[in-house]
Design a protein around this ligand. Structure first.
Ligand code: NAD
Ligand code: DAU
Length: 349
């Protein structure tokens, strides 16, 4: 029976990965380790919390003693590492938290794997989940491939790049079996409403302004979160040790076009007149050092491992909007308290 440690499993992507693994692999024991920061929410996992192969551990990856103690106690065979500080705007306001969690936290996990697995790494795996932002910013043309040089531009992406380098260094130096994947922008149920899509869904519902940074020309490559979780499953089981896999949706949208599409979808769902919600669009001060464009070339994982995105963007956005409309209490819980303070600080004129 495999014992798998999933870090950050109460967050957005992590909760979808935990659910997929718990339901699909009843013979695995899944240990979800999460600090439950503002972004971690056990409500995301209500439907699986009673399953016999699911275990929750509340803890902090920056605490080496604690990490060592759980490795000793549970003897993990594999780690799927998703815990991170994940929001670029917060990294601009408080970079140090990103260094602690994303860099030191990752190295703590690597140290524990190195210490407890030792030379006996048969059947072991450290899978590090990373982002396309480590590659920097593209102009209008071209794609990020697995061999694109790292050129991170924000404190968030620099901290993720640093953690990716440490993972590869531990593989090269100490022979820890690792695999890394770098994914584009995810969207879907359970995403914290500090990120563009859920923030706009929340604001459209409340008829609040939709803050678009700069002119809204920045481009992102969007992927439905469950397609990312499925890619993680495939890489975990079929990926080659020491390799990197890029994951993306071949689905580029400028922020302005995306928000307009979201407004159209929500006008219909809310019974508003066509064009009504788009009047809420509000151009605000640009993000400092705002990366212009991300676009992933995902051919390697498609050709070598047989993964492909399953949903068209419009369909995925509709599902996402439906989820937020049907889960008002989730949204209410996560937007009470410190969210209001964050929002006022981030979007003050
Ligand atoms: P998220 O912010 O929604 O969730 C992060 C989770 O990590 C939360 O549950 C939080 O409580 C937990 N966490 C934070 N600090 C911790 C600590 N010190 N110890 C233990 N747990 C801690 O993030 P997400 O959007 O789900 O991203 C998950 C991972 O995927 C991250 O590593 C991120 O860099 C990567 N990623 C995200 C995207 C995206 O579009 N969201 C795309 C590519 C890669
Ligand atoms: O590319 C993968 C990355 O995608 C992940 O590694 C990050 O964890 C994740 O947060 C995401 O980063 P982005 O900065 O691209 O996502 P965000 O939703 O914050 O912003 C998407 C785009 O929308 C970006 O160009 C900034 C813009 N934006 C964002 C917000 C919150 C706005 O115009 N207004 C906003 O209020």
């Amino acid at each position: 029976m495999s014992k798998i440690l999933i870090t950050g499993g109460a967050g957005f992507i992590g909760s979808h990965v935990v659910r997929l693994f718990v339901n699909k692999y009843p013979s695995y024991q899944i240990f979800n380790l999460d600090k439950l920061t503002y972004a971690g929410n056990l409500e995301n996992l209500k439907d699986i919390e009673e399953k016999p192969n699911y275990n929750f551990l509340k803890g902090d990856i920056t605490d080496q003693k604690y990490i060592n103690s759980i490795f000793k106690k549970f003897q993990f065979d594999a780690v799927l590492h998703l815990a991170a500080e994940s929001h670029v705007d917060r990294s601009i306001a408080s970079p140090m938290e990103f260094i602690h969690t994303n860099v030191i936290g990752t190295v703590n996990l690597l140290n524990a794997a190195k210490g407890f697995w030792g030379a006996n790494t048969e059947g072991k795996l450290f899978y590090h989940i990373s982002t396309d932002e480590v590659y920097g910013s593209l102009d209008q043309g071209g794609y990020f491939t697995e061999t694109t040089s790292y050129d991170p531009q924000s404190p968030y992406s620099a901290s993720k790049a640093s953690s990716d380098h440490m993972v590869r260094a531990y593989h090269n130096t100490y022979k820890i079996p690792v695999v890394v994947s770098n994914c584009s922008n995810n969207y879907g149920p359970n995403q914290f409403p500090e990120k563009l899509i859920p923030l706009c869904i929340h604001n459209i519902k409340q008829r609040k302004p939709l803050p678009i940074y700069g002119k809204g020309e920045n481009v992102r490559d969007w992927l439905y979160v469950i397609d990312h979780a499925k890619a993680i499953d495939i890489i975990f089981h079929k990926g080659k040790i020491g390799e990197t896999y890029n994951i993306g949706g071949f689905n580029e949208w400028s922020n302005l076009d995306l928000v307009k599409l979201l407004c159209q979808i929500m006008d219909k769902k809310l019974g508003r007149q066509e064009g009504e919600s788009a009047q809420l669009i509000n151009f605000v001060k640009d993000r400092a050092g705002h990366d212009l464009r991300y676009a992933i070339d995902a051919q390697k994982i498609m050709k070598e491992l047989g993964w492909e995105p399953s949903l068209q963007f419009e369909e995925g956005l509709e599902k996402t909007v439906d989820w937020y409309m049907n889960n008002e209490s989730w949204l209410e819980h996560v937007t009470s308290g410190s969210y209001q303070q964050y929002y006022e600080e981030q979007y003050k004129a």
